[in-house]
Design a protein around this ligand. Structure first.
Ligand code: 5GP
Ligand code: ZN
Length: 114
């Protein structure tokens, strides 16, 4: 998707503070962090929202969570705890329409979310 900022981070057209990647998944620090650790895990392939996920994407979504686990360990937040969130559509606060798993940690999280 030529007009998608996260696709541009995948292609290198715009910079990202990349912390992890493999063949399918890329992870980089959020530009506007909401916690001491705030990293976004994305599939390298463009998928707009959770609603567009297909059965064939099941392994890809699993790889996003395995990346989150790895990142949490690398960031040293795995034992204290961290939150993973994927917002779907505007009502949930999605502003970038390329799915991304937020990985937030380094502070106490509250519940319920806003
Ligand atoms: P959403 O609101 O869609 O769940 O999350 C989008 C996230 O992407 C926000 O936390 C926002 O700060 C982050 N973001 C938006 N544009 C950029 C960008 O160009 N680079 C990075 N690293 N993060 C971005
Ligand atoms: Zn995209």
């Amino acid at each position: 998707m030529s007009d998608c900022i996260f696709c541009k981070i995948v292609s290198g057209d715009i910079p990202g503070d990349i912390v992890y990647q493999n063949d399918d998944v890329l992870a980089f620090r959020d530009l506007n962090p909401q916690a001491p650790t705030h990293i976004l895990v994305i599939p390298k392939r463009h998928i707009a929202t959770i609603n567009e996920l297909q059965d064939a994407d099941a392994e890809l979504v699993g790889k996003m969570y395995l990346a989150a686990k790895e990142i949490a360990r690398n960031e040293g937040i795995d034992e204290a705890g961290y939150r993973t969130i994927m917002n779907c559509n505007a009502g949930a606060g999605q502003t970038v329409f390329h799915i991304h798993l937020h990985v937030l940690g380094g502070r106490q999280m509250s519940w319920p979310p806003g």
